[in-house]
Design a protein around this ligand. Structure first.
Ligand code: 6R9
Length: 652
């Protein structure tokens, strides 16, 4: 970004107070901020006692070698014991841990006692395959219970897992297997997506022909679809139902150091090879456990929690597996897409299981907006009491739609900002405390220190924009980039001294609340002003004809960059309406000022997204500047770019 700080254009005046009954019974009250402020490390030491330690830690933070943190370093614990066994020992064995709903409609109900048996068998199976503490295991599975069981089995034996999204290409899988030097791959014959069985195992077979994957000794294969003719490599491939099912249901978990590696998760980044983000045991579990019960006000006896993320995304790691299970929650695990076999599938699931807390991404909310209000209206969603959002800035209009049409204008919406690197939530309202503002993540959670700075690392005043930074270490922070300490320092700790640079633009409003404005790489420079893509997108989405928008800055001889917007229209709107583009341009100018008026607006049917639902603006920039497309390997659907290109004026 240039020295011109981020223009602060959007004004959002709507406010929503916490419901009185929720506030009165909330797990966390305003006092937590005071406590954490008075003694930050004491606050986290107290949160660590939520867990069961074999050896209680006496140290909290060791920051003697920054930016390499150690949290609770002399403590020892087992993550799987904390997520499973201790609940059984506490008499909760009959509580449902997972309500699994397969895309074709098959279901499984897994109690904590059953989960303990499944995880124990899988841990024994991995041990039989020669996996030892410290060995890496790659997991390439659909959203089925075996994914959760595999992760917990790895944690149980101290073997760091590395999940790769089911459906990533063989290349992406091979790169990740190679970088982590994985010894075992856990996969399935296939999974169900969009009403079809799609194969997974062939991608593993192909990945294992690539150089650098030779150390993979075994491939453990779950039979999910049963429809594929599965190619088999004798001596390497083993069926889950043969190996795991034959194991003992007893397994004694062994404690590991708090800083023992728990998992590696790759973030693609925009350039260069993927970064293997390393998370460890005690601090990670402390923060995901705390934030899950604080931000969702979790009442494990009565709540039914549903995080719609894929387990291959950090959101699935922290808020399907480790956060909820460490808290003894009952949760839904859904395999498929929101519109299979119909566009009300999610709302049908909420109704069926009586989901009380729903955690999803803006992309899904905008898709539901596009499909129409009448679809969720057909279902009984009255069980819902808290709604969460994660993954991208949520446009104020999508936030308000979510609260109104899913939450009956009654439930708090918590917009949670965090990253793969932060491991757990960092900035979010608390549902029983914070008066919420649509579109803003608002305040750092108790025990978290974040602010917004300008180019020279000075904190910006209220009302101004700049870069989001984290100013103190936090328990679930990444410990390094796997195998590359220098890249860890360069990427996160070099832009500003002693501060973690998140890579996101942000502003503080007049109350000092934080608004996220998108990745710094996406910020546009228009006639000397830095303008956030998020704000222009939110202005477009606030027009009743627009469901979703992606905005990029395209090189322009007059203004350095010109704002170019791709919009998805709401159901029933005519894309060929001549006046539409002018109407939308005028709308943005009215909302944000003439500087933010897009030069071009192109209605499209789809936008390019990553598997976690983030818009890939860099590909749209390639289109807007008539360049060959960059790396598309992390796209959910690679045909989307061809579709967009075919819809551009001047192409056929
Ligand atoms: C959890 C997750 C991290 C990036 C992050 C930011 C964006 C996530 C957000 C948000 C605005 C929110 N992001 N949550 N932006 N408001 N509530 O998404 O991790 O996949 O690593 O992405 O996502 O840009 O820097 P990850």
């Amino acid at each position: 970004m240039s020295n011109e700080s981020l223009a602060n254009l959007l004004k959002e005046e709507r406010r929503f107070a916490p419901p009185a009954d929720l506030a009165a019974a909330a797990n966390v009250t305003a006092e937590a901020y005071e406590q954490a402020k008075a003694d930050r490390l004491g606050f986290w030491a107290a949160q660590a006692r939520r867990l069961s330690w074999e050896t209680e830690p006496t140290e909290t933070l060791d920051w003697s070698n920054p930016p390499f943190a150690k949290w609770f370093a002399d403590g020892r614990l087992n993550v799987a014991y904390n997520c499973v066994d201790r609940h059984v020992e506490n008499g909760l064995g009959d509580r449902v841990a997972l309500h699994f709903e397969g895309e074709p409609g098959d279901t499984r109900r897994i109690t904590y006692a059953e989960l303990q048996r499944e995880v124990s068998k899988a841990a024994n199976a991995l041990t039989e395959l020669g996996v030892q503490a410290g060995d890496r295991v790659a997991i390439y599975l659909p959203m089925i219970p075996e994914a959760v069981v595999s992760m917990l089995a790895c944690a149980r034996i101290g073997a760091p897992h590395s999940l790769v999204f089911g459906g990533f290409s063989a290349d992406a899988l091979a790169t990740r297997i190679n970088d982590a030097d994985a010894r075992v791959v856990i996969t399935a014959d296939g999974g169900y997506r969009r009403g079809k069985a799609s194969a997974l195992k062939p991608a593993v077979d192909e990945a294992l022909t690539r150089p650098g994957t030779e150390n993979v000794r075994s491939v453990l294969v779950v039979r999910r679809t049963g429809q594929e003719d599965v190619a088999w490599t004798e001596g390497r491939d083993v069926w889950w139902h043969e190996l795991v099912e034959s194991q003992s249901e007893q397994h004694t978990p062994q404690a590991f150091d708090a800083e023992h590696p728990l998992f590696i998760l790759y973030t693609s980044g925009t350039t260069g090879k993927p970064k293997g983000i390393l998370h460890t045991t005690g601090g990670y579990l402390t923060q995901v456990s705390y934030t899950h019960q604080a931000v969702f006000d979790l009442k494990p006896e009565t709540d039914v929690f549903w995080c719609t993320a894929d387990v291959g995304w950090v959101t699935g790691h922290s808020y399907i597996v480790y956060g909820p299970l460490s808290n003894g929650a009952t949760e839904v695990l859904y395999e498929g897409t929101p519109d299979t076999p119909h566009q009300g599938r999610w709302w049908e699931i909420v109704q069926k299981y009586g989901v009380t807390v729903l955690y999803t991404a803006p992309t899904a909310i905008r898709a539901a907006m596009k499909w129409g209000d009448d679809i969720p209206a057909k279902f009984d969603l009255s069980s819902l009491r808290i709604l969460g959002s994660v993954g991208e800035p949520i446009n104020p209009e999508a936030w308000v739609w979510y609260r109104k049409h899913i939450g009956a204008d009654r439930t708090p919406v918590v917009d949670t900002w965090w990253q793969t690197e932060t491991g757990g939530m960092m900035i979010s309202p608390l549902p029983g405390v914070t008066e919420t503002k649509p579109g803003s993540a608002q305040v750092p959670l108790p025990g978290i220190a974040a602010t917004v700075v300008d180019d020279d690392a000075n904190e910006v005043p209220d009302g101004a924009g700049g870069y989001l930074v984290l100013t103190e270490p936090w328990p679930s922070m990444l410990r390094t980039i796997w195998g590359d300490d220098q890249r860890y320092i360069d990427t996160y700790w070099s832009r500003f001294e002693n501060r973690y640079f998140a890579g996101d633009g942000a502003k503080k409003d007049d109350d000092g609340d934080i608004w996220l404005l998108g990745r710094v790489d996406d910020v546009m420079l228009v006639s000397g002003h830095n303008i956030s893509t998020t704000e222009v997108e939110s202005a477009l989405v606030s027009h009743p004809k627009v469901a979703e928008a992606a905005v990029v800055g395209a090189a322009d001889p007059q203004t350095t960059q010109a704002i170019c917007a791709f919009v998805i229209l709401r159901g029933g709107v005519d894309a060929d309406d001549e006046g539409l583009v002018e109407e939308l341009r005028a709308h943005v100018a009215k909302q944000l000022g003439p500087i933010a008026k897009p030069k071009r607006i192109l209605p499209v049917a789809e936008l390019p997204k990553t598997r976690s639902g983030k818009i890939m603006r860099r590909l749209l920039r390639d289109v807007a500047e008539n360049r060959t497309l960059g790396d598309v390997t992390t796209l959910t659907d690679s045909s989307v770019m061809a579709l967009i290109q075919s819809q551009l004026p001047g192409t056929t």
